[in-house]
Design a protein around this ligand. Sequence first.
Ligand code: HEC
Length: 110
Amino acid sequence: MDKKFMGFFLVVVLLITSLAYAGKSRGELVYNGFCVVCHGATGKGDGYSSNALLPPPPDFSSKEYWVKVDPESLRRIIAEGEPDRQMQGFTDELSSEDIDAVLGYLFSFR
Ligand code: HEC
């Protein structure tokens, strides 16, 4: 591939990715990148790999769910995971800001 074309190609790729990312919050991007496979696009716990999960992920869109949880412990679960469960911790993949952002995004499913 000649250099001019490579340059053009890169510009097009950058343009497309920035358009795709525009308007999405950081929390949503993190969620769609790391959580959606299990927790599902609307937070109901029906992501495409959720059938294999026991216990299944909770329903973040249910009002009852939010009555019994506190944000501190959810934050800890996202960072450290739940031992012996299929919810792994994300401290290695996500920064503290990303964890706050994705936690905020979980609240938006209510
Ligand atoms: C491999 C599948 C999988 C992925 C990926 C995953 N989770 Fe989970 N998650 C689960 C399962 C299963 C549970 C329920 C575990 C349990 O009940 O003990 C859970 C539980 C949780 C809980 C605790 C709910 C509660 O009330 O105990 C939170 C919060 C959570 N996940 C957030 C996230 C976030 C945020 C991400 C992405 C950064 C994520 N999860 C990625 C499977 C996953």
